[in-house]
Design a protein around this ligand. Structure first.
Ligand code: MD3
Ligand code: FE
Length: 214
């Protein structure tokens, strides 16, 4: 009763579709640690808008932490151990972040998930991510754990074909979603971020995706 005045709700796992599990507010208790993690990653590897193989610049600004990072340029998408902008390895994957992802995956039924890559996406008001599949990882049997932070977004969850209809659902600060099994290759995207200001994260949404890429 009125608990949400003091602590935003986390809730029971919700099955969105076979292989897709929403853990509402699962990361909320670690908001401050995650803020520090993202600040450190951005200090060492500033978020940048990759060029796509088609020659367009992405709207979402991206960085990475962990042994591997997702990169894009005119030659294609891939995972790389070095930040192409600095020539240095990506910042280390924070142990608390890896643990949180492992716990989320286990809660969703994927025991033993050990990520080696964390893509950090930054959305500012107006930024959208167009419909795509994630298939650059070596073993598509491994799930992806996504952590939403800051401003809420409308997530688009499609099917296995680009033209399949999309479910629209809100993702809020602290929500964690585990995508695996039959959901792993479903098309997905993010609608343009609505303006707003979050007390901890400011005028942005950050999304962390933890992956076993290599
Ligand atoms: C469904 N990120 O980084 S997270 C991405 O909010 C990406 O930044 C979005 O799509 C974001 O590739 C969405 C949710 C997500 C991530 C991976 C998925 C949903 C997924 C893989 C398969 C199916
Ligand atoms: Fe994706």
């Amino acid at each position: 009763m009125n608990g949400e005045l003091f602590a935003p709700e986390s809730g029971a796992p919700q099955n969105l579709a076979p292989g897709a599990c929403l853990l509402p507010g699962f990361a909320l208790a670690q908001a401050c640690e995650l803020r520090e993690v993202v600040e450190q990653v951005f200090a060492a590897a500033p978020p940048r808008r990759w060029l796509t193989p088609g020659g367009r610049r992405m709207a979402v600004a991206m960085s990475n932490c962990g042994p591997l990072g997702w990169v894009s340029d005119e030659h294609g998408y891939r995972y790389a151990a070095l930040d192409p902008d600095s020539g240095r390895p990506w910042p280390a994957l924070d142990a608390r972040l890896a643990l949180l992802a492992g716990e989320a995956a286990a809660t969703a039924g994927f025991a033993g998930f050990v990520p080696d890559a964390c893509l950090v996406n930054r959305y500012q008001p107006g930024t959208a991510l167009s419909l795509h599949q994630d298939k650059d990882e070596r073993d598509l049997g491994q799930p992806i754990v996504s952590i939403s932070l800051g401003l809420p977004a409308v997530f688009l969850f499609g099917g296995l074909r680009r033209a399949d209809p999309c479910l629209r659902m809100a993702l809020h600060d602290g929500d964690v979603v585990v995508w695996g099994g039959p959901a792993r290759l479903r098309y997905h995207g993010v609608a343009a971020l609505k303006p707003g200001r979050h007390p901890l994260w400011g005028e942005q949404r950050i999304n962390l995706t933890l992956r076993k890429a290599g």
